[in-house]
Ligand binder design. Structure first.
Ligand code: MRU
Length: 361
């Protein structure tokens, strides 16, 4: 089945060879402008991640992998191509540190950076900086391609959970824009829709940065999937009215026991779903799991600038000087999650041993 999204540029991709650059959709401009930007320096990649030009855990991971390549270009090209390995590895450390400091919560960022560093360390000790950069660019491209594949697998595993005619509520954006392509939570919706099921999606607008209304509603509209936008505070009422038969959201980091961090407001949605006996599903790739954390207690929660709340709509919406608390994520406890859908299958019930088994750990 084709849709108008097929004509869209990818969320992100690499342009050229090792002296090329990262190109990505500037998501801050959507839904009114579809604009790509070129990131040709480490600083521009860090800025793009920090300011949510590229966002969503898997997309952040893939962007960071390419960011490593951008950051290493000067240490591995021209006169340096055959040059100083020590200087190259020092620059690798600086590059990884800068990217790791861009945002704290999404596990995929740290997973991708670890993978890139490991690939560099695996290179033969006689490999030149230029040669290592070639391998690192291949690794970043592998991360990009794997993300495309595993999102499709998440969609295939999750689609049977949605009944024909179901209303599905989602929070934030876990679609194609949050990954390299196709998404996680929205992959489940897309796959169900592609299999012929009639699905209507209730889209939480997702204050304060409106990823639901700006991005999810846009993606669904592009694919001609019925979408109804609601303000976040309407979610429980929409459930009470019987409009929603399932909730599907993405995740930024999932602890070993299944507690899942996702966009602020997700926990409230899970509580409302429990109160209405509506199944609550989390869709995320294995790279979002952080098995080093026993529970969600220790997931680092990003705190963002209060101006996102006080000046959210391009104008001041709160009195000057008011105190603001603006955590970007919350943690939904495992007991509120009916199943986690990952590329290996559906994890149910959501508990430590089942997670370890499905992830093969
Ligand atoms: O702050 P954002 O927009 O990066 O937050 C994104 C989310 O919370 C997504 O739901 C999550 O990263 C999963 S994306 C497949």
């Amino acid at each position: 089945m084709t849709d108008s999204r097929d004509n869209m540029p990818p969320t992100l991709h690499w342009v050229g060879s090792t002296d090329g650059h990262l190109r990505l959709i500037d998501q801050t401009r959507l839904p009114t402008e579809l604009v790509e930007i070129d990131c040709e320096s480490l600083e521009s990649v860090v800025e793009a991640i920090r300011n949510l030009r590229v966002r969503g855990a898997p997309a952040i991971g893939a962007a960071a992998a390419y960011g490593v390549c951008v950051g290493l270009q000067s240490a591995a090209s021209g006169a340096n191509a055959k040059g100083d390995r020590a200087a190259f590895f020092k620059r690798l450390d600086e590059t990884v540190d800068a990217l790791a400091a861009s945002r704290p919560t999404a596990m995929n960022l740290f997973w991708a950076l670890d993978r890139m560093r490991r690939r560099a360390n695996e290179c033969d000790e006689n490999e030149s900086p230029g040669g290592i950069l070639v391998k690192l660019l291949d690794e970043a491209k592998a991360i990009e391609q794997e993300d495309r594949d595993l999102c499709r697998r998440i969609g295939r595993h999750g689609a049977p959970l949605l009944a024909d005619g179901a209303g599905v509520l989602t929070h934030c954006n876990a679609g194609a824009l949050a990954t390299v392509d196709y998404g996680t939570a929205l992959a489940v919706v897309f796959a169900a829709h592609e299999s012929g099921k009639r699905i209507e999606v209730y889209v939480d607008e997702t204050r304060p940065l409106l990823q639901g209304s700006r991005l999810t509603a846009w993606e669904l509209t592009m694919r001609n999937i019925p979408a109804t936008l609601i303000c976040d505070s309407a979610a429980a009422q929409v459930m009470r009215e019987g409009r929603v038969q399932a909730v599907v959201v993405g995740a930024d980091r999932i602890a070993a026991n299944g507690d899942a961090a996702n966009k602020i407001g997700t926990y409230s949605v899970a509580l409302a779903a429990k109160a209405h006996a509506i199944p609550f599903y989390v869709a995320a790739p294995s790279s979002t799991f952080d098995l080093s954390l026993p529970s969600g207690e220790s997931i680092p929660i990003e705190q963002r600038d209060g101006r996102e709340i006080t000046h959210g709509f391009g104008r001041q919406t709160a009195p000057a000087g008011v105190g603001v608390y603006n955590p970007a994520f919350d943690v939904t406890p495992a007991e509120l999650i009916d199943a986690i859908i990952c590329e290996h299958g559906v994890i149910r019930p959501v508990e430590k041993d089942g997670i370890a088994k499905v992830l093969g750990k």
